[in-house]
Design a protein around this ligand. Structure first.
Ligand code: ZN
Length: 222
């Protein structure tokens, strides 16, 4: 009886060890939406009829919480903060935010109520080519004002850099000039947070040559 009990304890310890190590990823849903099939580039009417069973495109705006790092911030003030709260994380406890690219549905949630930083203690990481495109070339006011809330805490990096410990930036430019995906590694497990590699999986998974009008360079995005 004692031996059986000891075996059960050992299995529990091993199980706890398994939960404590490796990657823990939570998807945070900002909003679900529908898109006009006219957004697609490179899909024939026949293919649209085949894959879009109700004639519409379906998409979700998501952020991800992986081992204490927030990947993207969502579109709207408060949505991702509320999703984090459901997982026991307060906005002020978010210390690291890695941005895949500077479209509004990925950085918009950096701006909190009354125009203040939604994550008051966070360092924000953006690829240098992405920053240069939106801030220096386009002088995009929404990007400039959102990042301005984190002045002194915005860090620029190059494709291929290890941005923070265990997270490397992969060059997936095309959708935007500085678009990155993040390769996250911990304890032998790997995860790729892929941002807007794809927008409408119901048609872009079976037809990976299809781009969308949101892609700055559709050929490169494909
Ligand atoms: Zn995008």
């Amino acid at each position: 009886m004692f031996r059986l009990f000891a075996v059960v304890i050992a299995l529990l310890v091993m199980a706890q060890g398994a939960f404590a190590s490796g990657l823990e990823a939570v998807s945070l849903l900002d909003v679900q939406g529908e898109g006009d099939p006219a957004l697609l580039i490179g899909a024939t009417d026949e293919q649209k009829a085949q894959y879009l069973t109700d004639g519409k495109l379906h998409t979700q705006i998501l952020a991800f919480w992986v081992n204490g790092i927030l990947f993207d911030a969502g579109l709207k003030d408060g949505h991702i903060v509320a999703e984090l709260a459901k997982n026991g994380v307060k906005a002020e406890d978010v210390k690291t935010i890695l941005i895949t690219h500077l479209h509004g549905d990925h950085f918009g949630g950096l701006v909190g109520s009354e125009g203040k930083a939604a994550f008051p203690n966070a360092e924000v990481y953006v690829s240098r080519p992405e920053y240069d495109y939106w801030v220096k070339e386009l002088k995009n006011e929404a990007v400039i004002s959102a990042l301005g809330l984190y002045e002194g805490r915005v860090h620029l990096f190059a494709f291929g850099d290890e941005v923070v410990a265990g997270v490397r930036a992969m060059d997936t430019s095309g959708h935007t000039p500085g678009h990155v995906s993040y390769l996250v590694e911990k304890d032998g497990e790997t995860l790729i947070v892929a941002g807007d590699i794809m927008h409408f999986p119901e048609i872009q998974l079976p037809l990976p040559d299809v781009a969308v009008r949101y892609d700055v360079d559709p050929v490169k995005a494909v």
